[in-house]
Design a protein around this ligand. Sequence first.
Ligand code: CA
Length: 238
Amino acid sequence: MKKILVVEDEDAIREFVIINLNRSGYETVEAVTGEDALRIYDEQNGNFQLAILDIMLPGIDGFAVCKELRKKSGTLGIIMLTARTQEMDKVNGLMLGADDYITKPFSPSELVARIDSLVRRVEMNTSANDNNKKREEIRLSDFVLDIRKRTLCKSGKNIELTQVEFQIIEYFFTHPDMALDRTDILNRVWGEDYFGEEKIVDVNIRRLRMKIEDDPSEPRHLMTVWGVGYKWATEQGK
Ligand code: CA
């Protein structure tokens, strides 16, 4: 059974989330504070597929929990709960390693759809993907993408990527020097049933540039294609 860590200090919201996830076949473990969440995560040896983190918590906030959990695991799916008025929170959370966010108030169907979609992505990445076994490595200039091990190296150095970041990079590496539409990136990585906005693509690209580019403000690999989206530029393609 898929296990989800639910961190929310408001009883009504936490119970609402838990009831709906249990009804959809997920096992849940609840925490009221960030400190509790991190302790429980360690006690259960990180045996979770997903964490749902409220941002405003007593003690350390959801961002701090997100950052700590991401340090512990690159494969855990992380969804932040944000209030409608906290627009910037979405970006902050994503920059700290969250995979998605859900804006309060949300309906049970939206909650479950977002969870299902992230669980699918996490599973796709953790189980070896048969289709990709034919081509295990893609080399583009200084970069080596190992599809089986799901790692990216730049000049021999490993770059830590989240699930979502890896999938974006995989899409670019299998389509080098091609302009990829933001909507296509969104559909491919987040799924066509994704409820969120295309902005999530831009935030992830920003985060990837910080990890990949020598100078993120002057990208030489992850290029913006105005009016379309992005492309991975190889040396040959310049
Ligand atoms: Ca709260």
